[in-house]
Write a protein that binds this ligand. Structure first.
Ligand SMILES: C[S@@+](CC[C@H](N)C(=O)[O-])C[C@H]1O[C@@H](n2cnc3c(N)ncnc32)[C@H](O)[C@@H]1O
Length: 489
């Protein structure tokens, strides 16, 4: 793809058109992430988004959006790495120093003095990245009112969509490179140098509430005196910028201030914010919100796919595997046991030590001829079925048909095999009984045949005995003609 123009800060071009739906394949990819991963990037400017996607794809050797879509389907965790690339966390202490000087000289004194000293001062850094922005604000307030007063009055919120950034911000530990630009006296006053790096003043740090928060979807924090959202809006298309600005309007007290990034002129549909000094990007509230702005503040409906629904979907498949009536095993491409569901664990007495062991070394693995097993992993048959396989334990004999199906991924790469053990004990018992009855019948008919022959022989013997008797009888009659022949039986 043609290289896009990029500003020196690494931002998307300030005036770049939104380029909505510039590339149908890219839009399909974004829709997939939105509907199947609960990760909605459709509101971001396409120019910078495509650049970040291409960067990620290049690093894993994928050249087209459809292939990357396949990769995302196969690697559910990939979208997290992608997000790390998309949500650019570039930041620094007192970024664009002159605007912070302006804030310190003009805005912060107003905030501190206009309300009674017992009222809290609420700050929000939205899109806080590694925390440098919120700590810069705290330093300025502590400098203006003293650390003690700052601890008592200031309530700070720091949010970001990126949970890794939030974790880093919470740590508040920075390398020497990350604190370059911080005036030495502030560094010595607010940071403690350790082997891990420079750690921000722990008391002040505890005034900050960090949370993961998506500016597009999550409801805004309210009653804010100073809202810093710097170098974030620039990534969104103008419609989304408008919606976020409505939320900021809602978030701010009537006397609150909005502090944007240097590269972000506030171009809004309506004048809901008024510049105090547009060269410094500091604004106060202007016109009131309208009904449609309030509607845009309502959190999205619960049937919208979210990361949670993705996790639920994942859990569904895991549970389906785990609770399947048939015993199931998954074996990876190295031939090692990867998973065994509950039925398989019980039937084949598999234990935790068996995980990652070569499948063919297990007792259950020995049921399958190693040639056939290797065929299923490395040959060209996607599915193999072995019929009437006998599994003997001390207590019983079981019979299975074993289905070995290959698990294929991107570009038909084989990941391993799934083995499903279909129990055929009832059928096997019936067919055994049948064959036993057949054998019994055959031997009975043999015996019958034998008895028949013997009967035949006995009949013949009887007949010849009778004939002999008759001859004898005739002989006696001829020798004594006066005697009468007896009745024949
Ligand atoms: C370039 S950094 C700006 C950091 C800091 N505000 C500054 O100006 O130095 C942009 C930050 O916006 C965050 N971000 C991007 N999309 C977001 C969203 N939808 N909701 C909240 N934060 C978001 C990113 O994770 C990233 O940390």
């Amino acid at each position: 793809m043609a290289a896009q123009k990029r500003s020196e800060n690494g931002f998307p071009d300030e005036q770049a058109p939104d380029l909505e739906e510039a590339n149908p394949e890219f839009e399909i990819l974004l829709n997939y992430l939105k509907h199947h991963r609960g990760c909605d990037l459709t509101c971001y400017k396409r120019s910078s988004l495509m650049r970040r996607f291409n960067h990620r794809m290049q690093s894993i050797g994928i050249e087209s959006y459809p292939h990357y879509l396949e990769y995302l389907q196969y690697c559910p965790e990939e979208y997290r790495t992608l997000l790390d690339d998309v949500l650019i966390n570039v930041t620094s202490f007192f970024r664009d120093r002159h605007t912070w000087d302006y804030l310190a000289a003009t805005i912060i004194p107003q905030i501190i003095t206009r309300d009674p000293a017992n009222l809290p001062i609420r700050l929000w850094s939205a899109g806080c990245a590694g925390g440098q922005e919120i700590y810069s604000l705290l330093i300025l307030f502590a400098e203006a009112m003293g650390i003690e007063a700052c601890l008592q009055r200031v309530q700070a919120f720091a949010t970001d969509a990126d949970e890794t950034a939030i974790a880093q911000a919470r740590q508040a530990t920075y390398s020497p490179l990350e604190i370059v630009g911080l005036p030495e006296e502030l560094r010595d006053k607010y940071f403690r140098q350790t082997q891990q790096g420079y750690i921000f003043n722990s008391e002040l740090r505890q005034t900050v509430i960090f949370s993961q928060h998506d500016l597009i979807q999550d409801p805004p924090i309210s009653r804010i005196d100073l809202l810093a959202c710097r170098n974030v809006l620039i990534y969104f298309n103008s419609k989304t910028q408008d919606a976020i600005l409505s939320r900021f309007h809602f978030a701010l007290k009537s006397t609150g201030f909005l502090f944007l990034g240097q590269a972000e002129p506030l171009i809004s549909r309506r004048r809901i914010f008024q510049p105090i000094d547009s060269s410094q990007r500091v604004y106060t509230k202007g016109e009131s919100l309208e009904l449609e702005d309030y509607i845009s503040l309502i959190p999205p409906s619960s049937d919208r796919p979210t990361e949670r629904s993705f996790v639920m979907e994942n859990n569904f498949w895991k549970t389906a595997f785990e609770t399947s009536y048939s015993a199931r095993l998954a074996v990876d491409i190295k031939g090692q046991l990867l998973f065994a569901n509950q039925r398989a664990r019980t039937l084949f007495d598999l234990r935790i030590e068996d995980w990652k062991r070569p499948f063919q070394e297990l007792k259950i693995g020995q049921l399958i001829d190693s040639h056939i097993f290797n065929q299923s992993l490395y040959g060209d048959r996607d599915i193999l079925v072995l019929n009437s396989i006998e599994w003997k334990t001390d207590e019983e004999i079981q019979y299975f048909n074993i289905e070995i199906s290959r698990v294929l991924a991107l570009k038909n790469q084989v990941l391993g095999v799934n083995l499903t053990f279909i129990e055929i004990n009832d059928y096997q018992q019936l067919s055994k009984q049948l064959s036993a009855t057949r054998t019994e019948l055959a031997s009975i008919s043999q015996a019958l045949k034998k008895s028949k022959n013997e009967l035949k022989k006995a009949n013949k013997k009887l007949e010849s005995a009778y004939q002999e008797l008759e001859i004898l009888h005739q002989d006696i009659y001829l020798s004594h003609p006066q005697s009468q022949p007896s009745d024949r039986a």
